[in-house]
Design a protein around this ligand. Sequence first.
Ligand code: SF4
Length: 154
Amino acid sequence: MPETILVSACLLGLPTRYDGSAKRNQAVLDWLAREKLIPVPVCPEQLAGLPTPREQTRFSRGDGRAVATGNGEVATFSGQSMNECFLRGAHITLRIARITGCQRALLKERSPSCGVHQIHCNDAMVAGVGVATALLIDAGVSVQSEEDLPVTGG
Ligand code: SF4
């Protein structure tokens, strides 16, 4: 039976980003085909019920793990806390992983929901994970970003 993998919807070419754009990544599509993986597209921020386009967000304190433990904050650029909303989207994302049997995820680097190694906190790019990423990792899902994929020659 083919293996399913959760994938950030924007990487697959769906226009889910805050500004209504996509971030289609051909290397991701090629890798999925090569590995014979069935992608399950998710956008934690849309799953939270946020509109597209929507106001851009970033962390003002900590990262996704800090938000999940009540010690961080993700906020819009105009200063509105989005913790509750992002946690809702992260929980729904985790539920979808379970329903579809995904034990792996490939998520968009540096997003406040999907970041795997880095996130934006205030004006800096720092080490950390997005809110959905934190919940997935804690639930035992193996998470990587598009930047972790092997570079193929040729
Ligand atoms: S929340 Fe994740 S899937 Fe949605 S647009 Fe941002 S990076 Fe892409």
